[in-house]
Write a protein that binds this ligand. Structure first.
Ligand code: AMP
Ligand code: ZN
Length: 117
């Protein structure tokens, strides 16, 4: 069922606490933790606690939860004192998605090129 934890999902395991992560923020519906392979001085992932396979499914099936995730990206940027930052949702393997639990990357702390690669 949409939103149910998946046994084989890395980020569901981080939500459940069976895989450790450096958690920087948590709300009733979201968790934010540092990316294990940071691409910038600040690289934090914001995820909904509930499982949705990507940002598009999250937005379509749980729009209020999608808004919670977006609100938390701003909160992470504030906590990290970032004036400028980038929020990225890789959606699909061709765009670099490797974990099939919706997540926003919050990147900042260095100059970010546009357009991205
Ligand atoms: P994506 O490639 O957009 O699906 O993003 C997945 C991200 O999860 C990558 O940036 C990985 O470095 C990150 N990642 C994978 N495993 C972990 C982990 N155990 N803890 C924190 N971040 C992770
Ligand atoms: Zn999951």
């Amino acid at each position: 069922m949409a939103g149910e934890p998946q046994d084989d999902c890395l980020f569901c395991k981080i939500v459940g606490g069976s895989i450790p992560a450096t958690i920087v923020r948590e709300t009733e519906t979201t968790v934010a933790f540092r990316d294990i392979n940071p691409q910038a001085p600040t690289h934090v992932l914001v995820i909904p606690k509930a499982h949705y396979r990507n940002a598009a499914a999250l937005a379509a099936e749980a729009p209020e939860l999608a808004a919670d995730v977006l609100r938390e990206t701003r909160a992470v940027a504030d906590d990290e004192q970032l004036e400028s930052y980038r929020t990225v949702f890789n959606t699909g393997g061709g765009a670099g998605q490797t974990v099939w639990h919706a997540h926003a990357h919050v990147l900042g702390g260095r100059g970010l090129e546009w357009p991205p690669g």
